[in-house]
Design a protein around this ligand. Structure first.
Ligand SMILES: [Zn+2]
Ligand SMILES: [Zn+2]
Length: 234
């Protein structure tokens, strides 16, 4: 996404096309600040000649955060959140950290093609995720909402539960709305966890950073299940 105008336009289109209820104005104002954070990170890395590799993302992110500080951006986010009645310093840090990490992971060399991580834990920043996507070949990828990294986790033909490692296809349920298959919820009958996958075979040109929006669609699907079926998502 190169500009805030492009972001706003795409956000509007995606929300409308997939019938997702989202506060666009709020999302856009946060994104505007996060873009500024990312721009500063890029500038800093270029000036310092840093090369980003997988093992150093978190370390570099900390360095960048300490050096640049992002006081202006933190203040901006604080006032945006306050308009929504949110007073939460931790949330501000997360939003700044998210922008720094997203910028860093976007600079990583090509993704691993094979399955290197079958778990829900992000190999870059350690965050546990319950979100991902199915690519056009039926591979299952997980997406880290904090740093934006994606990794191939398993496949639809041989799915693995990212929480308990169960690989019995008959024990992993697939929940979807046949009339509206853009989102799939997978459920493990062993550990009762679920994970949410955007199905790219049925979506068009949605930037992956928008996938957290699809959580709301998944929640509607989950609401249709008997309560005792699922223990907890996150
Ligand atoms: Zn991560
Ligand atoms: Zn499981």
């Amino acid at each position: 996404m190169t500009s805030i105008e492009e972001y706003a336009e795409t956000l509007h289109k995606v929300a409308k096309r997939y019938n997702i209820d989202i506060e666009e104005e709020f999302a856009i104002s946060i994104e505007r600040v996060q873009m500024e954070v990312r721009r500063k990170v890029r500038e800093y890395l270029t000036a310092k000649g840093y090369k980003v590799d997988k093992d150093k993302v978190v370390e570099i992110a900390r360095k960048v955060y300490d050096k640049i500080g992002f006081h202006t951006e933190s203040d901006e986010i604080r006032s945006i959140l306050l308009t929504r009645g949110i007073d939460d310093e931790k949330y501000i840090e997360v939003l700044i950290g998210q922008a720094i990490l997203h910028e860093l992971t976007s600079l990583l060399p090509d993704k691993d093609k094979g399955i290197v991580n079958k778990t829900a834990k992000c190999p870059i920043c350690g965050t546990e995720t319950d979100l991902g996507y199915i690519d056009t070949e039926g591979n299952i990828w997980l997406y880290c909402p904090l740093c934006g990294y994606t990794w191939k986790q398993s496949t639809l033909s041989a799915p693995v539960c990212p929480y308990c490692g169960l690989s019995d296809k008959n024990m992993i349920g697939v929940l979807k709305d046949k009339r509206n298959p853009s989102v799939v919820v997978m459920l493990c009958s062993n550990c009762k966890h679920y994970w949410i996958l955007v199905d790219e075979r049925y979506t068009k040109r949605v930037p992956r950073d928008f996938y957290p929006m699809f959580r709301r669609k998944a929640e509607k699907l989950l609401a249709s299940l008997p309560k005792d079926f699922i223990e907890a998502g996150q």
